[in-house]
Design a protein. Structure first.
Length: 85
């Protein structure tokens, strides 16, 4: 494949501006490492964040996240505790 860019000269005629290889694109990088790999997550809570809703069900949330995002959390991984204020 190649990339051809056209334009117009001073007289309004079509001209080839450039003709060459397609520039190399970015390579895809998976966010999920291979089995036995390492995961690194930065989680930040703004200083003015509101306390959790007392009705929030952390266990149900954990189960839903594991079902919707398999392999994002290790099967024996830690779960977050939600502490309301």
């Amino acid at each position: 494949m190649r990339k051809v860019v056209t334009g117009h000269d001073g007289n309004g005629r079509s001209v080839v501006v450039s003709d060459g290889p397609i520039p190399r694109g970015r390579e895809f990088t998976s966010l999920l490492p291979a089995p036995g790999g390492t995961r690194f997550v930065v989680l930040a809570f703004p200083p003015d964040s509101a306390p959790a809703d007392p009705a929030f069900d952390a266990v149900a949330f954990d189960q839903e996240q594991r079902a919707d995002s398999p392999n994002l959390v290790e099967p024996a991984g830690r779960t977050a505790e939600v502490i309301g204020g």
